[in-house]
Design a protein. Structure first.
Length: 123
């Protein structure tokens, strides 16, 4: 009795023990694969680096163009320092760095084992 042999160990009936390291049946495998795809897509879609990098890049382009087209009167107001040009270039560089960071170090979805454990806990 101490060897824990039980004929119900191999069936997938509710309440039957099963190995938490692998899915119990085909439905679990399909659910894990679907969650894995959705998780990977969601992690790329909602990466805050994309939003921050995109906004800084767009605003950097706008402010840089404003700085390039600045008049002499605008420069005189800022003691002949083209603030818009320098600020725009800084914003552009920062935005591009955020976007490059996102490409260099993409977010990875959680491992399959973690998803399977969560599914098994819900049952």
């Amino acid at each position: 009795m101490s060897d824990h042999s039980n004929p119900r160990d191999d069936d997938n009936t509710p309440g039957a023990p099963h190995d938490a390291r692998k899915p119990a049946n085909l439905d679990d495998i399909e659910a894990v694969e679907r969650l894995e795809r959705e998780s990977a897509t969601a992690s790329r879609l909602f990466d805050v680096r994309l939003i921050i990098g995109g906004l800084f890049t767009v605003y950097g382009i706008i402010v840089t163009i404003t700085g390039i087209t600045a008049s002499d009167a605008d420069l005189a107001k800022a003691q002949d320092i083209n603030i818009n040009l320098w600020t725009g270039l800084g914003m552009l560089v920062l935005g591009l760095l955020f976007l490059a960071w996102m490409l260099w170090r993409p977010q990875t979805p959680p491992p399959v084992e973690e998803i399977v454990e969560d599914l098994n806990r819900e049952e």
